[in-house]
Design a protein around this ligand. Sequence first.
Ligand code: BGC
Length: 740
Amino acid sequence: MHNVLTILATASLLLSACCSGGDKAKAVYLDYEAPIEERVEDALSRMTLEEKVAIVHAQSKFSSAGVPRLGIPTLWTSDGPHGVRAEVLWDKWSQAKWTNDSCVAFPALTCLAASWDRELAALYGRSIGEEAKYRNKHVLLGPGVNIYRTPLNGRNFEYMGEDPYLASQMVVPYVKGVQSNNVAACVKHYALNNEEECRHTTDVDLSDRALYEIYLPAFKAAVQEGGAWSIMGAYNLYRGQHLCHNKRMLKDILKGEWGFDGAVVSDWGGAHDSDEAIANGLDLEFGTWTDGLFTGPSNVYAQYHLANPYLERLRDGRASEEELNDKCRRVLRLMMRTSMSGNNSLGEMCSEAHYAAARKIGAEGIVLLKNDNGLLPVQPGVRKIAVMGENAIKMMTVGGGSSSLKAQHEISPLKGISDRAAAAGIEVKYARAYVGSTDGSQDGITAGVKINEDRDAQTLAAEALELARESDLVIFVGGLNKNKRQDCEGCDREFLDLPYNQSELVAALAAVNPNIVVCLVSGNAVTMPWLDAVPSVVQAWYCGSEAGNSLADVLFGDVCPSGKLPFTFPAALADSPAHQEGMQFPNPDKVYYKEGIYVGYRWFEHKDIKPLFAFGHGLSYTSFQYGDAKLSSSTMKRGGSITVSIPVTNTGKCAGAEVVQLYVTDDECSVDRPEKELKGFEKVFLQPGESTVVKIALDESALQYFDEQAHRWVAEKGRFTVQVGSASDDIRSTASFELR
Ligand code: BGC
């Protein structure tokens, strides 16, 4: 209903703007059919200096002013990447206590990335965009594509893993999907925001090769291929300058080299200096003094760096109107594409289709890490299942920072497993086993399920062991959670091990019942000292509203698992490049990324370190046989391309999907290059016995490295090898060709 009212109100405002006396010239900016650039110029030409400044900064926590006199409506933003955030008060983080702002929580972006499925990324984007549209939001603050550099980063769950190619391929359809609703994606956090603890002071430096080859490609793809209409600057610094007004990153690279025509939005409270904000490419300032009127100066929005301080500089000539016009054009363009697009579809919220999308994405992203003796899927002989662990009952859509949601419902793993088991006549009993964190609230939203527990650790463990002994199968659901120092914004994890003594507990459970499956609910890698004693391990991510159903789909074999890890699981923290000898963590001050381009699997392969689970790893209930990879030619010409054909057969007993991964190695190079780099993948669904030939095209861009001296991408002539396989450490076929 409120949507309809908003549309009517906007329409009448526009009508009065068109027809009010004085300005008789045709209002092109109100003509939805007119080219956007003409509309932008027309609107700009009608605006006063004050009106121009008013559209480049916030007027509330999540909105910026339109131009009321011209009938240009308020621009509304909302978090975030996994669902549309509940309404907060005008000037506070606290809830507005609406009763109609519950959403569908979609799986966290790590899970989406683990699906390696571009179509699912498009479905995700379209669906969340529809929810945003229904809620009358014009800019969705997401997706996030910061590279997974350390497993301790509290915010990794919101991102798409460690590989620039995978993240690029997944972010593009997401962005397009969101924007198909005339809702802007706001890709974040541009860039190098790879840890949280000291995010306002961490000052990153790195080689240009690492910057261009590892940390920028997903942003570039979102902008150039996805056509993102806005981008959010990161909190931290790069070479001594905050990223929300960092000249090199915003003016030189984003707007200069990539030709970005959208708006640069500051992260909330990420702008610190008026002169830099004006000069270095920030277009829309949000969240300065993020507690609003309470901790900032009075009249806070007028005091924003791009508000009165900007006006003063414009009036006394320290800032130019030309520069202001550039910002305004970008903001107006954003408005014409969204709030002024003329797309009055209502969108939809909490629809069956959205729940189905969330469930499917969750099930396709869940990764089967280990499955000895065919323990999974749950076998017909199983009559009694013991579900254990706090994460089987803890709501994970609340918490974690700005991505926290007010989900209309959240199916817990216990509920999902119990419902599915009941349908098969299997008995399920639950034991808590340990207490981690009983806290389930953020910003006034409290998890629907209370998980207080008075019994001590010994009693809980004893109960769990007893139940494990008398059950046919133990499903332990543990991992991390969305509380501070776990998977949570604003702070990082302190160690790689599982918290709350879970590892000891898992080992003890495995000793009394070896038929044990460990499901890890997390967005990050953990250590697994008990791995040898546990036959089955499932990486279950944060799957949102339908989490329990997605997990049950996989555990019971209704969905054959096909997810593949979007990041490496190190065996120990020191194996990870960000934690190598001599590196400190967290970084309150300067940090140099001395591993350079060797991030994730590139590092593990370069240093010959065996990971616990490699990038791209993920098992299935069926098996796939690869034939020999064949190339369309033994040479590639400059500017040409080559097609790699890979026969794949489902040789197992159930239908399933395989992600065929293609890595490229530069065999003859004058510079250091990784052992191999992901440059192509396809996910194929095959019936038992069915075969297909997967074709992946490579062009010169797949062979390039970034030449720092020449400041350009270079592919050196000579031999290249393509390595095709089921994981980065499971290569099934290779072939080589020459670039001439
Ligand atoms: C986060 C952003 C978020 C913004 C608004 C910031 O603290 O870093 O990702 O979009 O708040 O909630």
